[in-house]
Design a protein around this ligand. Sequence first.
Ligand code: SF4
Ligand code: SF4
Length: 463
Amino acid sequence: MSAEEAAVQTGPEQAGSAPATGNPARPIPYERFLDCVHCGLCTAACPTYLELGDENEGPRGRIYLMRAVADGRLELDDRVVRHLDHCLDCRACESACPSGVQYGRLIEPFRVGLRDELGKSPAIGRLERLVIGRLLSSRPALRVSLGAARLAQVTGLDWLMNKTGLSALLPRTLRRMREQLPRFRYFVPRLPRRLKPVGERRARVVLFTGCVADVVFRQTHWATARVLQQNGCEVHVPRGQKCCGALAYHAGLLRPALPLILANIRALRDVEADAIVVNVAGCGSMLKDYRHVLEEALAIADPGARGEIEQCLEWADQVVSRVRDVTEFLCELEPVPPRGRMDLRAVYHDACHLAHAQRIRSEPRRLLRMVPGLELVDLPESEVCCGAAGTYALTEPELSDRLARRKADNIVATGVHAIFTPNAGCLIQIQKALRDRDYAAWIAHPVEVLDRSYRELPPPLPT
Ligand code: SF4
Ligand code: SF4
């Protein structure tokens, strides 16, 4: 009998809140489980179901499992935890669901209960906790470690480690991180605190710079700032902002994410800006979810921590209501048409946290189609996750690689050599997948092609 069947066949339905003790569903209002009518229309949209063909590896099965655990009808054994660990939190099931099930608001708090509260997940050991909770979410720590990685690449030490087999001695998570890293070619300085608009000011915006993106993809931040300037925006980059907390929270680690969320709300609530512009889909989705996350945090917080969370909950809307993905913001503003020609055939890969979590699909395509000479070709399975999924590539390497290969197959079949996607994790994952194929391509954020077109620069050579 499958775990799903076990969940279906056991016990009467329970109303009200789920039992508290040792129950990972504690912060989840029970009614959220009841939204699912088990129709299964989401199943074919789920990347893990597509790869594994198992009901328990799809959204309907996972909702059954979580609810059965919440009811106390199913023991939280390793088999159940693995099915839930395999979920990418890509939220493709939300797009497919006609009943409006908020799957993200189920799996994310459940995962916090599982990993942060109960410490029950084979995918997140001590090293993963340290890497995700401390290293990847801290800009100073990232700067030091990526500085060392850059030095290793430049001096050839990295190459030597591969040749001598020394890299195989690294723990799996560190080895994966090293493999995923893009090739660092040049140093990019950080953005100044303020950049003036080109021409008359149309808006005053804050650019959210995040953590990994601010260290690995600064060229994208510069491109975003220049595109905003070209569109009449005065761009501010407040220094008090921190990592949005998505990498830790989406991995089920609310404890390290919470101080970052509170700090960002304090830093951003009073800024004078028409919009808080974000160019990383995962960060934008997280910032837009701050209210929900704080409500869930409040449900499990110690009495001593409640006051601060309650205070930030009162302020949350001042931040959340102004958060915009850069493509969403430019389309609302009515973008200035770029003039520089880009003779490119290109595809657009939908980042899950833009397409499914923020429901933004047409805006990036509209901007790309504005670039003279750029031909946008359809990418088969554009909305299927590439396997990056925050820290999934580190914690679930086998499934992540399968999805990366699937994405690479689809890209290569189109024959294009320019791929645009609005998320740092997807950029890293697709770069690596195509590098493994020796497939030369320009892989960039949509704002980068807009920026080059505004500046009338040719596209860079594919690498
Ligand atoms: S979030 Fe993605 S991986 Fe998880 S159940 Fe939904 S579609 Fe499947
Ligand atoms: S999540 Fe939505 S689509 Fe999937 S089984 Fe439940 S009601 Fe149906």
